[in-house]
Design a protein around this ligand. Structure first.
Ligand code: HEM
Length: 454
């Protein structure tokens, strides 16, 4: 069975841990867009061209299926949209998609702006901060308040610290060996899972009670509550008109916390780094924000966010050059042809989106002669239609990121608030990035941040 040219019979896992998906670049150059290697002892087909990736992503449930390790599916829960497959997954996406549309996300903008403003003011007071910790703090607060619907009053400093530490233990367990015995990473993650779920279940209970109360009982004259994603999820009805069960909502909460928090934080951190090292980008970003303020006033709204093409281009370029989900695993459901090779049923496939985003020739031309490796927001201004199709940081097909509209808005909002209010200096602008377990600056991106003079 011909499954693509094979690289030397050494396991790629250790090289990936050191180099991230950079390891695959010379292999793609030598062996083509598709080759076979070994990852953690299993034969794996690596796919690295847009055309072949599109075929795999769009034929989810037909040719390939999501392939998560046992620890991940156990911790996310059986009802998680990530863990469900086939028709059950399609049904789940059909009912979840409306909670994450452009219209839905527009209602979360005021809440996210408030969180961004409070975070920036707080970081300025601290002076010296870790850019990575700041990014995680902001996205974790957005996840708790906007996505899961926690109230300000429920989030004390100690509760926040507890949730964050539980979340990290839980996250560590997601890709661990599923050994549920004292001392093992998975065991600790299962304990954190239980405690975190109890906190989320209590919040869900409160939200469910509130959603049953008539408006008058909440006080018709009371200040209007900001809409959250959690309310949208409670409002969902399936084909039989039934709401999602508490079990499904809880699994969904855990999935959204996992999928929607560290991803956005890593992208923001990359932007803090780029803006700290490329002053010309920072200048243009600030100039755009000043223009928007001059034309539309101080407020950041859903409408003014649409007036920020350069800010949006920075977000798109950060997601391109530093894709936090650079690869996705799949397993083939049947034997099929890919790139001129026969791939057998049951073979693991590694979809290498990183390769396309960082090397595709569509990103070689940006009008300034810089190659795909350069952070260049100008790529996304003007006619970018030929590039847009290769911009796949959120995947594609039936499993394309559920929260991508929210993620872009969330990142854009913090960037806009930072550009309007703050200036920062990186302590070590040449701090190396470590690619594993997530691409991150080795020392957390220490920086001195202060308020912009008014
Ligand atoms: C920069 C931020 C983000 C990036 C780069 C990102 C990327 C991705 C990618 C590549 C996938 C596809 C995985 C696959 O095909 O197996 C995905 C799935 C998913 N994302 Fe995101 N994501 C981001 C933020 C978010 C946010 C903010 C949320 C929620 C509010 C979210 C929720 C999800 C969910 C639920 C899935 C699973 C979809 C499914 O299996 O049907 N993501 N994300």
């Amino acid at each position: 069975m011909d499954t693509g040219r094979t690289q030397q019979p050494t396991d790629s896992a250790s090289v990936m841990a050191k180099q991230g998906m950079e390891f695959a670049k010379p292999l793609h150059a030598r062996l083509g867009p598709l080759f076979t290697t070994w990852v953690l002892g299993e034969k794996t087909v690596v796919v690295g061209s847009l055309e072949l990736l599109r075929k795999c992503l769009s034929k989810e449930h037909e040719l390939v299926e999501g392939d998560w390790p046992k620890a991940t599916s156990t911790l996310l829960g059986p009802h998680s949209v990530t863990a469900t497959t086939g028709d059950a997954h399609l049904r789940m996406r059909k009912i979840l998609n409306p909670a994450f549309t452009v219209k839905a996300v527009a209602e979360f903008v005021p809440g996210m702006v408030g969180i961004a403003q409070r975070c920036c003011a707080d970081w300025q007071k601290q002076g010296r901060v870790s850019g990575y910790d700041c990014s995680k703090e902001y996205t974790f607060l957005v996840a708790l308040k906007i996505i899961l619907g926690f109230k300000d009053a429920d989030i004390s400093a100690s509760m926040l610290a507890r949730c964050r530490s539980l979340f990290w233990v839980w996250l560590n367990g997601l890709f661990s060996f599923p050994i549920d015995l004292p001392g093992f990473t998975f065991y600790k993650a299962m304990k954190a899972n239980k405690e975190l779920r109890a906190i989320l279940a209590e919040n869900l209970q409160r939200l469910t009670e509130e959603s049953k109360q008539p408006l008058t009982e909440l006080g018709a004259g009371a200040p209007q509550q900001l809409r959250t994603c959690a309310q949208n999820l409670l409002d969902i009805r399936d084909d039989d008109g039934k709401p999602l069960s508490q079990g499904t909502l809880l699994d969904l909460n855990m999935t959204l916390l996992f999928a929607g928090h560290d991803t956005s934080a890593a992208t923001l951190m990359r932007l803090l780094f780029v803006l700290g090292t490329q002053p010309e980008v920072m200048e243009k970003l600030r100039a755009e924000q000043q223009k928007v303020q001059a034309e539309h006033g101080e407020g950041i709204t859903e409408a003014t966010l649409r007036e920020m093409p350069y800010t949006e281009a920075c977000v798109k370029e950060a997601l391109r050059i530093s894709p936090i989900v650079g690869t996705i695993y799949r397993r083939t459901l049947c034997e099929f042809e890919l790139g001129g090779y026969r791939i057998p049923k049951g073979r693991r496939v590694l979809l290498n989106m990183y390769q396309v985003l960082t090397s595709d020739e569509r990103f070689a031309d940006n009008g300034s002669g810089d190659g795909p490796g350069k952070f260049c927001p100008e790529r996304w201004l003007g006619d970018d239609a030929h590039r847009a199709g290769a911009w796949i940081p959120f995947g594609g097909g039936p499993r394309m990121c559920l929260g991508y509209i929210l993620a872009i808005a969330e990142i854009k909002i913090l960037l806009a608030v930072l550009a309007r209010t703050s200036t920062w200096r990186l302590l070590n602008p040449s701090e190396p990035y470590v690619p594993f377990p997530l691409p991150a600056p080795r020392d957390g991106l220490l920086m001195d941040i202060e308020a912009l003079p008014r």
